[in-house]
Design a protein around this ligand. Sequence first.
Ligand code: AMP
Ligand code: ZN
Length: 119
Amino acid sequence: MEDCLFCKIIADEVPSTKVYEDESVYVFEDINPIAPIHYLLIPKQHICCAAKITSENSAVVGHIYEVAAKLAAEMGITDGYRIVTNCGENAGQSVFHLHFHMLAGVKMGWGKEAVQATE
Ligand code: AMP
Ligand code: ZN
């Protein structure tokens, strides 16, 4: 197995607060939430980042969006949610296993502040 935090979470070697699981996707609560609802949706297959999505492994990405829609419906999130994936250094990716942040429960801004330099 990859020496990867999220692979270890999927394998239950590192604890997580699981929200959903099926044969190809695992969803859990972000340990450091930035919104009232902050889930991480990850493929069980180790893919390091969005830049490594190919025709061979891309089906799971569509499935992740389906799972997000199902979770939103089940949880009664009718006022919107945001899905974000950070890819690489400039985007601030800190865990190199592809993941989609699902944010909800707050009215979010959008604009230059979303891409302001942090250093
Ligand atoms: P990113 O910065 O886009 O790579 O996002 C990584 C996310 O993983 C951050 O929002 C972290 O708070 C979250 N995270 C890191 N370690 C854990 C963990 N053990 N359990 C849950 N979330 C984590
Ligand atoms: Zn991994």
